[in-house]
Design a protein around this ligand. Structure first.
Ligand SMILES: [Zn+2]
Length: 545
């Protein structure tokens, strides 16, 4: 028995990682969190990336189980090749963990070869991350030194297992005789104790210790279970799948939302992870409904990407949701939950929210536009949402407003979306004011700072908004020319609190319109909230029933 394994016997290992784009996701923060866990008594760490291993090895001698997460091919894989393992070893890892499931991996090297080379060339122990008993037995036969239940609940076969499987631990101990690491879905001290009693060698706890966002959500969803007054409304569960967050809520037939759920999409984990997060969100909302003795009639799901609403499938999706294209979303949810499921594109759902519950009530023809990281659009004609042949109707963000203009994510140049978005706001502002210090991080954080400056009256920030108004007017004039709607309804975090912005857009649009003075374009702020996608998804469900 290796000394390292002896050191781990019946001990707590703290896994210290952050979700991509989480505010905790920087090396100094993660390092301090890991140090705090050691001060609390953790006897080992599980860390992602050679950088983090190196940073911690500089300050501690405890065993480090190291992994390198890879998202090549849009699917999460843990330590996909020997080069990653060698880098972790060089950084000071004690044990290398890797994905030993029998999933087909599109990228990387066969795990058996990696195991062999870690033993032969690095002289380190290997931990197999597996999801099912069969995989643990195969890993044991391949010569791994310890086995973790890490991936149970995360592979297609085990999707929906969202509590820890003590039986899997007991089975692995009996069948392999190797030290079994209980990892995944352990969130309380009682569960950790139960895992050891079931035969686990040691326990890894991650989110429940090191992710304040997850811990907070657990409290929030518990508090939201307090019963509210029920009524004679009909209810549906509405879900909105975005690139970073999945929102869900219980929605009544007046569009009122309660029991709000927000969980990270975990999009970097690919299709399996997104599907699992979606299911988690739905189940949390259903549990909240049950506590209030409310039986929702259906589930409405809004998702980014082009959606085939008739078949409930994802026709196409960008890299914001890797692996999502081609997914049979309705079939997947129906397999797990016995309620009718309706699926809609998120911008289309936002338009439905306006039609049924917002500024579009009483209008027959309008476009609803959401401004944010991109420009989302939904078109309602003669009181009906237009979806189009492939789900692309109303994609107003990809109309060219500047020939040979700046590149757009869609591959063309000069699209409206390339000129009116968080990234565009940052670009316009920095062009006027290159020396201003904007916060580190993504464009969203920078744009938020510029939005605050504009509200405070900063001339450059206001001018940047003015530039966006000019571009947006070009796009809106096209919409008014092609569709001649009663109104265009505009929403989005980008313009929240920017008084005067829509007035400026209105007058600029009018000046571009043929006979503009005889038909002043009506541009309205949206009536619905940040839960518009959730409300609209529920509206689609009510309509579908
Ligand atoms: Zn485009």
């Amino acid at each position: 028995m290796s000394t390292i394994l002896e050191q781990l016997y019946h001990q707590l290992i703290v896994s210290c990682q952050a979700y991509p784009n989480d505010p905790m996701e920087d090396l100094p923060t993660l390092t301090r969190v890991a140090q705090a866990a050691l001060l609390g008594g953790a006897k080992a760490l599980r860390l992602n990336s050679a950088d983090h291993v190196r940073a911690m090895r500089a300050v501690t001698d405890v065993p480090i189980i190291a992994i390198e997460k890879s998202y090549a091919g849009g699917v999460l894989r843990i330590t996909p090749d020997f080069a990653s393992a060698a880098a972790l070893a060089a950084a000071g890892a004690s044990i290398i963990a890797l994905d030993c499931t029998d999933r087909v991996h599109v990228a990387g090297e066969p795990w058996r070869e990696i195991v062999q080379r870690i033993h032969d060339e690095l002289g380190l122990l290997v931990m197999a991350d597996i999801a099912a008993l069969r995989e643990g037995i195969a890993a044991s036969q391949a010569g791994v030194d310890l086995i973790g239940t890490t991936l149970n609940g995360y592979t297609e076969e085990t999707l929906g297992n969202d509590s820890f499987s003590y039986k899997l631990v007991a089975d692995l101990v009996r069948e392999t005789g190797l030290p079994i690491v209980a990892e995944g879905h352990i969130s309380t001290p009682d569960e950790a104790v139960h895992a050891l009693i079931s035969g686990a060698w040691c326990v890894v706890v991650g989110s429940a210790i090191t992710r304040p966002g997850t811990i907070t959500q657990n409290f929030i969803s518990a508090l939201e279970k307090i019963p509210s007054n029920s009524s004679s409304h009909r209810y549906a569960i509405g879900v909105d799948i975005g690139g970073t967050t999945i929102k869900a809520a219980l929605v009544d037939d007046c569009g009122e939302t309660t029991s709000h759920v927000r969980i990270p999409t975990q999009a970097s984990g690919g299709r399996d992870a997104i599907a699992k997060s979606t299911l988690d969100a739905i189940q949390q909302a259903l549990a909240a409904a049950q506590k209030q003795n409310i039986a929702p009639l259906a589930i409405g799901v809004a998702s980014a990407g082009a959606i085939d609403a008739k078949n409930g499938t994802v026709f196409a999706a960008t890299e914001n949701l890797p692996g999502w294209a081609g997914f049979d979303l309705r079939e997947f949810i129906t397999q797990h939950i016995a309620l009718p499921v309706f699926v809609e594109n998120d911008a289309h759902a936002a338009a439905l929210a306006e039609l049924h519950y917002g500024a579009g009530r009483g209008l027959g023809n309008f476009a609803a536009i959401t401004l944010g990281t991109g420009v989302g659009g939904g078109l309602v004609l003669d009181g009906r949402l237009q979806r189009g042949q492939y789900g692309f109707a109303g994609t107003v963000g990809h109309q060219t407003i500047r020939v040979d203009g700046v590149p757009c994510n869609c591959g063309r140049r000069g699209c409206l979306e390339a000129y009116v978005s968080t990234a565009a706001l940052v670009r316009e502002f920095l062009a006027l004011n290159p020396s201003t210090n904007l916060p580190d991080g993504d464009d969203a954080a920078k744009a938020m700072q510029i939005a605050k400056l504009a509200i405070a009256g900063d001339p450059s920030a206001k001018q940047a908004y003015s530039a966006l108004a000019t571009y947006l007017a070009e796009g809106l004039a096209n919409i008014f020319n092609i569709v001649d709607p009663e109104a265009v309804i505009i929403t989005g975090g980008l313009i929240e609190g920017q008084t005067g912005f829509l007035d400026e857009v209105q007058s600029k649009t009018q000046s571009l319109l043929h006979f503009g003075s005889k038909r002043p374009p009506k541009i309205l702020p949206a009536g619905s909230s940040q839960y518009a996608g959730v409300q609209g998804a529920a509206a689609a469900a009510f309509a579908g029933l």
